[in-house]
Write a protein that binds this ligand. Structure first.
Ligand SMILES: *[C@@H]1O[C@H](CO)[C@@H](O)[C@H](O)[C@H]1NC(C)=O
Ligand SMILES: *[C@@H]1O[C@H](CO)[C@@H](O)[C@H](O)[C@H]1NC(C)=O
Length: 326
């Protein structure tokens, strides 16, 4: 004896299969901060736009004109401040994030850090010549070494790495006080950031298209594409239009009605059995071309049941018997 069951399946998944070689850009005319825009692009497409060359520049520029959009975020962001001495074990919780900036600092454009006579920090151009302080991990009693011969920041870093461990990190107020007393003036410490090093999608593209005089405005860290095609650096919290790239991640779903025939001793209310049915159906559909990302779920009737038993009509019974006889 067999039961004839009717059930409804919901098949859903990401409908887009990326096939295009060149990047698809999308101008979004909503006002969002850079971080909100990034979140939106990651949810709806791939990410905020990365721009690699003049072909892409022209494409985005004409899209902005067509959309009648204004300034728009792209994915380029200023790097975060970090220590030259990068070993994780060296820092306890929050110690890598300790900062002692003087008021008004850091500004923008200057990407390397000085400690001044009052123990407060300021940023400066890496090419300027200052004394500097190294850290020597091999000397437990006197780990800080002041070098009074002036060097630019990069050369100071090379010197400290060759002769000692690295340029000094400052992990807390106690160390700040200690180093301040040794320096007694102004010196490079190990804090720096890479200017405009970070694309939202992790791309290493070095393509830039700054407007004259841009890229070094004080205190700002995000990039806007302007209708003229030039880029400006702007505060990341300012709301603005933005440009995403990638194929739309449209979730498509489809309702499928299935008829199952099972032996009458099978307990169709057993969740393990229901799951097993689902997997079998899934496998069949995959074999006949359902995308790998698609997911199947049973839909429940208002009474919580998945399956409804269906009485076989005489006609259906005759057909079934005929099929099994054949
Ligand atoms: C521009 O960059 C895109 C994305 O990297 C690439 O697909 C395209 O071939 C490049 N075009 C030219 C002319 O270099
Ligand atoms: C540590 O530094 C002090 C002061 O510079 C020096 O006299 C001493 O020899 C150093 N010790 C080691 C183990 O390098």
């Amino acid at each position: 004896m067999t039961l004839l069951l009717i059930a409804t399946l919901l098949a859903s998944g990401l409908g887009s299969l990326s096939s295009s070689v060149s990047r698809q850009f999308h101008v979004v005319k909503e006002q969002k901060s850079w971080t909100e825009a990034q979140q939106y692009c990651r949810e709806e497409f791939t990410d905020l736009a990365t721009i690699d060359n003049m072909t892409e520049m022209e494409k985005v520029k004409s899209m902005i004109h067509e959309a009648g959009a204004g300034d728009a975020w792209i994915g380029l962001k200023r790097g975060e401040w970090q220590w030259s001495l990068a070993g994780r074990d060296f820092y306890r919780e929050n110690e890598a994030e300790f900062r002692n900036w003087d008021s008004g600092y850091p500004r923008g454009g200057q990407e390397n850090c000085l400690m001044n006579a009052n123990g407060k920090w300021s940023d400066d151009w890496s090419t300027n010549i200052w004394t500097f302080i190294c850290y020597d991990g091999g000397n437990s009693t006197h780990p800080y070494v002041l070098v009074t011969e002036g060097k630019n920041w990069e050369d100071a870093q090379i010197y400290c790495r060759e002769k000692h461990t690295d340029l000094a990190s400052v992990r807390n107020q106690a160390e700040n006080d200690q180093i301040k007393d040794i320096i007694g003036g102004t010196a490079w410490i190990g804090l720096f950031r890479d200017a405009w090093s970070e694309w939202s999608d992790g791309s290493s593209s070095s393509f830039r298209h700054w407007n004259t005089g841009e890229s070094n405005n004080p205190g700002v860290g995000c990039t806007q594409f302007t209708p003229s095609g030039q880029w400006n650096d702007v505060g990341c919290h300012n709301p603005s239009h933005f440009i995403c790239y990638g194929d739309p991640k449209e979730v498509k779903s489809q309702i499928v009605r299935v008829k199952l025939q099972v032996a009458s001793h099978v307990n169709i209310n057993d969740p393990a059995m229901q799951q097993a049915f689902l997997q079998q159906i899934q496998q069949r559909l995959r074999e006949s071309g359902m995308p790998a990302g698609a997911k199947l779920t049973w839909m429940r009737h208002p009474d919580g049941q998945i399956f409804k038993e269906k009485k076989e009509t005489k006609e259906e019974g005759r057909k079934r018997r005929k099929r099994t006889e054949l």
